[in-house]
Ligand binder design. Structure first.
Ligand code: PMP
Length: 383
C-alpha cells in the first residue's frame, strides 16, 4: 500500500508483530495466575515515552489523541525512521533541507530515502551572518509542492546557532500549512538554547497549536508532522542512544494506523529499543526533586555555553583580532558558526593543533577558561 496526504490520519491499524501482540494481550489479561511464554525480549519502556512526550509538548498537548510516540535509537534513529517512513509511505517528491545543516541529514535521506530529491532552502546569509528568512520562505513558496517534506531544527540550529524568531516561526507555520507540506522537526538540543526546556520547545508547540488542533483550518492543515527527539545531550546520555519519534496527524484523526506501520519498521530494524537510557530519563522526569535538579543542570549548561561565547568574543576583541565577533555571542546553542574559511580551519589544525569542522563550526563544549586565550590567539594568527 501507499499512503497519501489524505489518509495518513485514520489509517486502518495493521496487526502488531505476533510477539508484541502476545505481550500486549498478556498485559491486559486480569487472570491472577497468567503466564507469558511468548516473548523472548522485554517490550521497551512506555513510561519513558509518556515522560519524553510531556517534556517536548507540555502536559496539555502531550495528552492529545492525534500524537503517536515511539522510542528510537537516539535522535539519529528518529531521523532515520522518519526518513524511511516518509520515503516508503508518503512518497514525497522532495525533501527541503536547510543550507547548511547537520551533515547527517543529507546522509540519512540519501541512504534511507533515495527516491526523494534533496533540495536546499537558504538559511544562513554569510554576508550578514544572520538568518536569510526571506530567502528561506521564498524557496518554500516557489519550489515546495504539496506532500513535500521540510526539515526544521526546533532550536539551537546546527551548525549555524541561528534560530528564527517567534514571529518568523509563525510565518513558516503558515506557509507549511497553506502549502500542505510535511514537517520533520529535529529537536536535538532542548534546553541548551535558552536553558529552559519549555521555551526551547516553543516552535514545536506553536506548530501543533496552529496546524493540528480543532481550531486549525482544514484547508491549511499539513498531512502530518514528525518530531525527532534526541535526549543524548540534554540528559548526558550520548552513549545510551536514547530518543523518540512523535507523529502528529490532523486533529480528529487517529495516528494509530500510521503508528502500527512505524512499529513494523522498528521491529524490522532493531526489534526492541534499549532500556537503560529510557529508565534513566523516565526516573529523572518522574521524580519532582530529580527533575528540578536536572532542569537546573540544563540551565547551568546553557549559561556555561553563553559565558564561554562571551569570553571568546571579548578575548578576540582584546587582542585585536580583525573583524566583528558579535555573532559568536549572539548565536544560540552548542555551536558557533565562526565564519572562518576552510583554509583557515585547516591552518588552525596544522599550525595550532585546533580541530573544528571545515565549514567553520566550532563546538563550544571543547572550549574552556584554560584554552580560550590559546584559541583566540590562534584564530587571530590565521585570519
Ligand atoms: N539532529 C541534530 C541537528 C544534531 O545535531 C544531532 C546530534 N549531533 C542529532 C540530530 C542526533 O542526535 P543523537 O546524538 O541523539 O543521535
Amino acid at each position: 500500500w501507499k499512503m497519501t496526504l489524505k489518509n495518513l490520519g485514520n489509517l486502518p491499524v495493521i496487526p502488531l508483530p505476533e510477539s508484541f501482540a502476545l505481550t500486549a494481550a498478556y498485559s491486559d489479561d486480569p487472570f491472577p495466575n497468567k503466564v507469558n511464554l511468548g516473548q523472548g525480549v522485554y517490550p521497551g519502556d512506555s513510561k519513558f515515552l509518556t515522560k519524553a512526550r510531556e517534556l517536548l509538548f507540555g502536559p496539555q498537548i502531550a495528552s492529545s489523541e492525534n500524537i503517536a510516540s515511539l522510542q528510537t535509537v537516539a535522535g539519529t534513529g528518529a531521523n532515520h525512521l522518519a526518513a524511511i517512513f516518509c520515503a516508503r509511505k508518503l512518497c514525497p517528491k522532495n525533501v527541503f533541507i536547510s543550507d547548511p545543516t547537520w551533515d547527517n541529514h543529507h546522509l540519512i535521506w540519501k541512504e534511507a530515502a533515495p527516491n526523494v530529491t534533496q533540495k536546499l532552502y537558504p538559511y544562513y546569509d554569510p554576508s550578514t551572518r544572520r538568518l536569510n528568512f526571506e530567502g528561506m520562505l521564498a524557496k518554500l513558496e516557489s519550489s515546495a509542492e504539496e506532500n513535500d517534506v521540510v526539515i526544521l531544527h526546533a532550536c539551537a540550529h546546527n551548525p549555524t546557532g541561528i534560530d528564527p524568531t517567534r514571529e518568523q516561526w509563525k510565518k513558516i507555520a503558515e506557509v507549511v500549512g497553506r502549502k500542505k507540506l510535511f514537517v520533520v522537526f529535529d529537536c536535538a538540543y532542548q534546553g541548551f538554547a535558552s536553558g529552559h526546556a519549555d521555551a526551547d520547545a516553543w516552535a514545536i508547540r506553536e506548530f501543533y497549536s496552529m496546524l493540528f488542533t480543532e481550531s486549525s483550518s482544514s484547508s491549511s492543515t499539513p498531512a502530518g508532522m514528525f518530531v525527532c527527539q534526541s535526549l543524548s545531550k540534554n540528559f548526558g546520555l550520548y552513549g545510551e542512544r536514547i530518543g523518540a519519534l512523535h507523529l502528529i496527524t490532523p486533529s480528529s484523526t487517529s495516528p494509530e494506523g500510521a503508528r502500527a506501520h512505524l512499529v513494523q519498521l522498528v521491529r524490522a530494524e532493531i526489534s526492541c529499543p534499549s532500556l537503560f537510557g529510557a529508565r534513566i530519563v523516565h526516573t529523572v522526569l518522574d521524580d519532582a526533586e530529580l527533575r528540578s535538579k536536572w532542569q537546573e543542570d540544563v540551565r547551568i549548561m546553557a549559561l556555561r555555553i553563553k559565558s564561554i561565547r562571551a569570553l571568546l568574543k571579548s578575548e578576540l576583541e582584546r587582542i585585536g583580532a580583525q573583524g566583528d565577533w558579535c555573532h559568536i555571542e549572539q548565536q544560540i546553542g552548542m555551536f558557533s558558526f565562526t565564519g572562518l574559511s576552510s583554509a583557515q580551519v585547516q591552518e588552525l589544525r596544522e599550525k595550532h593543533h585546533i580541530y573544528m569542522l571545515s565549514n567553520g563550526r566550532m563546538s563550544l563544549s571543547g572550549l574552556n577558561e584554560s584554552n580560550v586565550v590559546y584559541v583566540a590567539r590562534a584564530i587571530k594568527d590565521v585570519l
